[in-house]
Design a protein around this ligand. Structure first.
Ligand code: HEM
Length: 193
């Protein structure tokens, strides 16, 4: 289906999404995510596309510089380069998918899958042995901020003006929060989600 190992967006054998279309619309409303934000994400896609590897370099340097973060990618013998590399290709695809998301059931089902990959089914996709079983939820939430703030200089390269830059930047923040809020389902009881 895809040249990216372990990437399963659109795979019909994934479980049905836990949030349906109307549940998603309510969540987007709570986040103040509008059609205008979705158009701004498309603007951002065109600007960010050529710079995604640069962005990944920044994020990976950040994770690599903090032992508490790198621990999730490490086994008792140290950081697992193959694991880091495999996740990086899917992470880059996630950026493209997020900027172009149409928020349909395939998108929702893959958000559940990414949640499980942080908690519950971590390590399985890449066959990693000995790494922690879960990405700590507190770090998942905290990382929203660096993932938000680091895209700004890249968006600035293609923004029409300061207002357009701010609007695209906030649309990206909403998209990242939306993703992480769906991923949080893997960390909690269904009735608490
Ligand atoms: C806003 C926060 C975060 C975002 C947007 C994010 C994004 C992603 C994405 C897109 C993937 C690949 C999904 C796929 O397989 O298609 C992934 C996997 C992974 N992430 Fe995160 N992540 C976040 C926070 C964190 C944090 C804080 C850590 C660790 C400190 C972390 C560790 C991992 C690990 C270890 C995997 C691989 C999981 C597996 O074994 O399948 N992530 N993340």
């Amino acid at each position: 289906m895809s040249a990216i190992p372990g990437y399963r967006f659109g795979d019909p054998s994934l479980p049905q999404p836990t949030v349906d279309g109307s549940g998603l619309a309510q969540l987007q409303a709570a986040l103040l995510m509008t059609e205008a934000d979705i158009r701004l994400l498309r603007d951002a896609a065109a600007i960010m596309d050529p710079h995604i590897e640069e962005l990944l370099d920044t994020w990976y340097a950040f994770v690599g510089s903090q032992p508490a973060l790198l621990a999730s990618f490490s086994t008792p013998s140290g950081p697992d380069a193959a694991y880091l590399g495999a996740v990086r290709t899917r992470f880059a695809q996630w950026v493209r998918d997020t900027l172009r998301a149409n928020f349909d059931d395939d998108w929702l089902a893959y958000q559940d899958e990414i949640g499980r990959r942080h908690a519950g089914a971590k390590n399985q996709t890449d066959g990693v042995r000995g790494a922690p079983e879960v990405v700590p939820l507190r770090y998942l939430i905290a990382l929203i901020y660096p993932i938000f703030t680091t895209v700004r200089p890249i968006l600035a390269r293609g923004a029409r003006d300061d207002a357009h830059l701010d609007q695209m930047h906030h649309a990206w923040l909403k998209a990242v929060i939306l993703s992480v809020s769906l991923w949080a389902g893997a960390y909690t009881r269904p009735e608490w989600f």
